[in-house]
Design a protein around this ligand. Structure first.
Ligand code: CMP
Length: 139
């Protein structure tokens, strides 16, 4: 099915100036850009975005990091987009990610791993409206 997925270029990717390379990769893979914006989350907003991880030991660190600088939020559309974007990003831990994946190329460690992508249709249905209104989604 044609799906939409929420991708974040995380603060580390913005600081490394690799946002364009991340966007280019999704364009090269044939996805359609539906929405894009740069913003800076508060720690509380990061906590709401990652609310499913609230009980994890790394939650506080994750929210600190995700609010440590600007991010770039985007929505990409394509056939089977959720799983395909996750494959392009690679494993959560860049050290375990396959060669050529975005996290291997641009990530530093399991926390500072350059990109986020929705992990399911259910997640995408929470994450896309978290950042974008209907008017901002141009298919
Ligand atoms: P992401 O895809 O954004 O979804 C949740 C994030 O939590 C994940 O990527 C990692 O960056 C982060 N995360 C997962 N495990 C750890 C960990 N052990 N320590 C710090 N951050 C983690």
């Amino acid at each position: 099915a044609v799906e939409r997925t929420l991708v974040l270029a995380k603060p580390d990717a913005v600081r490394k100036n690799v946002v364009g390379k991340i966007i280019a990769r999704f364009e090269d893979e044939g996805f359609k850009l539906v929405a894009l914006k740069k913003l800076k989350l508060t720690k509380e907003q990061a906590g709401q975005f990652y609310i499913v991880h609230k009980e994890r030991p790394f939650y506080d660190e994750l929210c600190e990091f995700m609010s440590s600088g600007p991010i770039v939020a985007m929505v990409w559309e394509g056939e089977n987009a959720i799983a395909r974007v996750r494959a392009i990003m690679g494993a959560t831990d860049p050290a375990k990610a396959e060669e050529g994946t975005l996290r291997k190329l641009y990530g530093s460690n399991v926390g500072e791993n350059a990109v986020h992508g929705s992990d399911s249709v259910e997640s995408a249905n929470y994450e896309i409206p978290f950042f974008f209104s209907g008017l901002e989604l141009i298919g």
